[in-house]
Design a protein around this ligand. Sequence first.
Ligand SMILES: Cc1ncc(COP(=O)(O)O)c(C=O)c1O
Length: 451
Amino acid sequence: MSAAKSAEPKIVVTPPGPKARELFAKYTDALSRSVVGFYPLVAESASGCIVKDVDGNEFIDFNSGLAVMNVGHSHPRVVKAIREQSEKLLHYSWTDFCYKPIVDLAEQLKAVTPGTHSKRVFFANGGAEANEAAMKLSRWHTRRPLFLAYTNSFHGRTFGTMSLTASKPVQRRHFFPLVPETTHVPYPYCYRCPFHLTYPECKMWCVDFIEEEVLKKYHPPEDTAAMFIEPIQGEGGYVVPPDEYFPRLKKILDKYGILMVDDEVQSGIGRSGKWFAIEHWTGVIPDIITIAKALGGGLPISAAVAKEELMDWESGSHANTMGGNPVCCAAGLQVLGIIRDEKLLENATRQGAYLMKRLREIQQEQSIIGDVRGRGLMVGAELVKNKDTKEPAAQEATELINKCFKRGLAIITSGKCTIRFAPPLITTREILDAGLEIFEGALKEVAAQLN
Ligand SMILES: Cc1ncc(COP(=O)(O)O)c(C=O)c1O
């Protein structure tokens, strides 16, 4: 593809062009009505940081296909590994038999996840399934029935994980009953503190609240198996807690023998500039880590990595047919190798710092940006109608991403009104600049409507 390494978008016909419109109409007719569909981007091919649609338009990709294509689209090493592995062994049901790629990937995941303790790995196909495994494992090991999670969180859409998920009513409406007695506590979202307090004067009441108001009053710790956390909330709006937050939380959880399940489905595999986002909080070693999205370089694979002593469930207690597929494992091994060899953690840190700096400069001029936050290349810009009232500019955010789409930038929202910047970790300053130019132009137009 011509623009694989290009920093420029190419719009040959205003998207959606005729072919995209035709296909999108069929998509709308044929597929489940439950799909979200941000805008009619009909992808035909992709390479590096550029996605090409069926009409020949080329978009700068700030989505990474929903935080999946961390090593870029169709990285030659990933493609080669998939081709070679698919000619050797396509499938052989990992929970009943054995093959080398799954052993190699398990060993590598044990090495890159936080903590030097012994670990074991359970493989599955997607993020929800990895979290579902973590839920079952937590119950099995602790013999405790209850879970804690956060408001504004997203952990998946199966019955188990939907019970943890709490970011939008539409994700739960008409699906009750869920897993009973899952308690949600407020996430440390300092820009919109649920307690209407201000950091640091608040002394992090949101952590103490969990112990003082929840565990000591109505959610008995001795009945609580695990607390699920996103170190940086993904679907909730790319929200980053303060530095002391997770160390203090882990201390409370340890005191009561409650496991910390660190959902790194979106924030992991280098997205935040570290292998796993929880590493930004010093000394916090989760009990179980769940990984998906970017792990397979575009193929479906997920994992729950647990402390050795926790994975003591009996043979046959949990399994699946398709998890840890050998082709997906071969792709995953390349993803980890590419992140190392191409120094993508360093690049994500460097480019992410630049991206945040540029967004803060834009914020100086455009008061519609209320907050800029993030780590590495997991960056959010929250839009507000008014800086003082912080009234969410949700409609404006939707308009903005649609304008960007028409001009060659694929970018979406997260939470109510946050623009999420999640480009591939191979991105360059030139690509960021080209994307930001489109973003800034569209932002000015949307902001002007507010005045
Ligand atoms: C933090 C987090 N956990 C879990 C999931 C669910 O993953 P999947 O869609 O692969 O089931 C997502 C998906 O966006 C996520 O962001």
